[in-house]
Design a protein around this ligand. Structure first.
Ligand SMILES: Nc1nc2c(c(=O)[nH]1)N[C@H]1C(S)=C(S)[C@@H](COP(=O)(O)O)O[C@H]1N2
Ligand SMILES: [Mo]
Length: 156
């Protein structure tokens, strides 16, 4: 895991890269700069059954949009070829499409959580929260990398 050390001890860092005007390294503390949204979620895990959690954090869309994704913001169709790849420090890896979280398309209120059940995630790293998911598998914890990619095309 990528880490920086502060007076409070080791702190996880998330690397934000890809087709972005402003790639960044973000700590959980940095993620507090965006509007925070509280949610309660319930999901089913194939191995441990129904789980309930409370999360808070910024919208993934707000954070990624501020990093300047390489599409023409005036052309809605231009956003449809962008993918978002996220990985946890343990290698758990999930793909979303940009359209899934875009307010003009799928409008999924996906969060980059900075706390779970009132416990801050500064040391572990942020967690992906998808309130609409029935299954828990996409709730990636300890996110250490996000890549925004607009170059994928079928057949290339
Ligand atoms: N980094 C990481 N996050 C992960 C997983 C994982 O293997 N690695 N498993 C997922 C699965 S399958 C589920 S059901 C939920 C379980 O979360 P909980 O046990 O904290 O309720 O975490 C998800 N997040
Ligand atoms: Mo699971």
């Amino acid at each position: 895991m990528s880490q920086s050390v502060t007076a409070a001890g080791p702190v996880a860092e998330l690397v934000l890269t890809g087709d972005l005007a402003r790639p960044a390294r973000l700590t959980v503390r940095d993620l507090l700069a965006w509007p925070q949204h509280p949610v309660r979620v319930s999901f089913e895990c194939a191995t441990s059954g129904i789980r309930h959690h409370r999360f808070t954090g910024p919208l993934l869309h707000d954070v990624l949009n501020d990093a300047g994704p390489g599409f023409d913001p005036a052309r809605r169709k231009d956003r449809l070829r962008f993918l978002i790849a996220l990985s946890g420090a343990d290698g758990h890896h999930v793909l979303l499409s940009w359209a899934e979280i875009d307010p003009d398309f799928g409008r999924a209120p996906v969060l980059l959580a900075v706390s779970i059940d009132d416990t801050p995630l500064d040391r572990v790293g942020p967690q992906l929260v998808l309130p609409q998911d029935r299954c828990g598998a996409r709730h990636v914890s300890g996110i250490d990398a996000i890549r925004v990619d607009g170059r994928y095309a079928p057949g290339s």
